[in-house]
Ligand binder design. Structure first.
Ligand code: SAM
Length: 244
């Protein structure tokens, strides 16, 4: 696989080059070049972030790989936009037998870019130019990881990702400085088993790992002489689905 001329460079590229194979770097370089080309006609990333494409988008996406089990093969990225993190995940998993990465993006022009990028860089990626709500039930079985970056605030994101989480997928959601607030909001309607980890690319960012999500607010129920921590409470909105 050859990379073309005019590679887009920023400081982040050197950091990425230090941790990935030559083949993965070549694939990422092809993606970066194509994005810069298409960005002239489609807004794939915020224009101001383009000079820092490698650090703001590629490295930021690549770090997610370090938070998933090593045997991960089926990964679904929701609202992929210009391919973050979906295309980067596709590049990172390209050498893995059975890798099966799905990108869901309803904007048909962005989806056309994603398909072309996957073809040019020879990625194990399938692009679905549809709404998440339309494909989720069909795509969910067997999905090991579901990711989404900058798609929606956490309560809405959990609704969109619910079919995948219910099927046992790990939710991987990079969040900005508002992560804690979003989490507080989400807990009004969900009982969550999660980790909040620091982002390696954004000092104020967090990566949310959702291991389990059940509808029903997490509440602390206190009755005389008994303190119980229950999802939705004993007569809460979804008491039938509470954890033991
Ligand atoms: C703000 S962009 C983020 C793109 C990318 N994940 C990133 O971080 O750069 C959100 C993307 O999600 C897509 N999107 C929003 N709602 C969607 C839905 N219900 N189904 C499919 N795509 C959706 C939009 O078209 C847009 O490209």
């Amino acid at each position: 696989m050859k990379t073309g001329k005019g590679e887009s460079h920023d400081a982040g590229r050197d950091a990425v080059a230090a941790i990935v194979s030559r083949e993965t770097l070549d694939r990422l370089t092809l993606l970066a070049e194509l994005l810069v080309k298409w960005q002239k006609t489609i807004n794939l990333v915020a224009p101001a972030s383009l000079p820092d494409l490698w650090s703001r988008h590629i490295a930021d996406s690549l770090q997610l790989i370090h938070h998933v089990p090593e045997n991960t093969r089926k990964w679904v990225d929701l609202g992929s936009g210009g391919g973050f993190p979906g295309l980067v995940v596709g590049a990172a998993l390209a050498g893995r037998e059975g890798a099966d990465v799905h990108l869901v993006e309803s904007d048909t022009r962005k989806a056309a870019f994603l398909r072309e990028a996957a073809r040019v860089a020879d990625l194990p990626v399938t692009v679905h130019a549809q709404r998440i709500e339309q494909v989720a039930e069909r795509l969910a079985p067997g999905t090991q990881v579901v990711s989404a970056r900058a798609l929606a605030p956490l309560p809405k994101l959990l609704d969109l990702a619910a079919p995948f989480l219910a099927a046992g997928a790990l939710g991987l959601f990079p969040k900005g400085r508002d992560a804690e607030h979003e989490l507080t909001d989400a807990r009004k309607g969900w009982t969550l088993d999660l980790d909040l980890r620091p982002s390696a690319s954004d000092p104020q960012g967090r990566i949310l790992l959702v291991k389990d999500a059940r509808r029903g607010a997490e509440t602390t129920v206190t009755t005389p002489g008994v303190a119980a921590h229950a999802a939705g409470g004993p007569s809460g909105p979804d008491a039938s689905r509470t954890k033991p």
